[in-house]
Design a protein around this ligand. Sequence first.
Ligand SMILES: [Zn+2]
Ligand SMILES: [Zn+2]
Length: 297
Amino acid sequence: MPEMKGILIGAHLSVAKGLPAAAELAIELGLDLFQFFTRNPRGGTARRLTEKELEKWERYRAEGKLAPPVAHLPYTVNLAADGGRALEFARSVLKEDLARAGLIGADYVVAHPGHHKGEVAPALQRIIELLKGVEEVYAPGPPFLLLETMAGQGKEIGGELEELRVIFEGLGWPPGLGICLDTAHLFEAGWDLRQQDALEILAENLEQMFGRERIKVLHLNDSRTSLGSRRDRHEKIGKGEIGEKGITAVVTHPFFRRLPMVLETTVSDYREYGEEAAYVRQLAIKKSPDCQQKQGI
Ligand SMILES: [Zn+2]
Ligand SMILES: [Zn+2]
């Protein structure tokens, strides 16, 4: 009988007090991993990593058996920037933060694809041009640069899977590029994760358009806004429009449950993630086919 494999679940934590402190908190909360911003999400400066911090981080991480962390680029990076300081900023953050991710053993660096100025096609071309110059994208990871699926709010790129596919195609399917899914964004972009058939179609599309191996990380969030709203508002697991049923469908689905999951829900204190992760683990066991097999159902 196959051994039931548990899910890998973590949450977005602050590293303002350093990586070792974040690792300590993750371990205390019973998380398997954590995600962090590579620098101030709305600003631009990166924290300096000292030798001492790195050494401590490595030790804590090994002792706590944490899975590789996920790095997230600041929201101020626009990969579709059309020149000037915005483009320079995107270029330098990509270069520096991918290097930092390599240094600390973060296997994944998540980026929002960016914003267009009214026309999507030229913006996708600008993203392609920018990423062509990024060495890590062409090197087999880790670290992998992951483009995130978005809600498609306003002029946001990434609300359609096809937009992301165009970027992969334009770059010639480089080995260091992957995808980060976000359940809230997918739902807000029109994928009804509560319906088993919609979930199957999504998994099939991802498989056919990108290949299973390109899908690396899953942001697990409920949505405060309705199906297809194109408005990005996260909600606590089970408390939003996707609800317990939809989240259970995702975390018990073989295509999605194998991915490292990161909670980015609307907690008022990071400590609440401990309970939320435990809740998700329960949901993941509930209807798992392996589990049913075990019980002889
Ligand atoms: Zn994100
Ligand atoms: Zn979001």
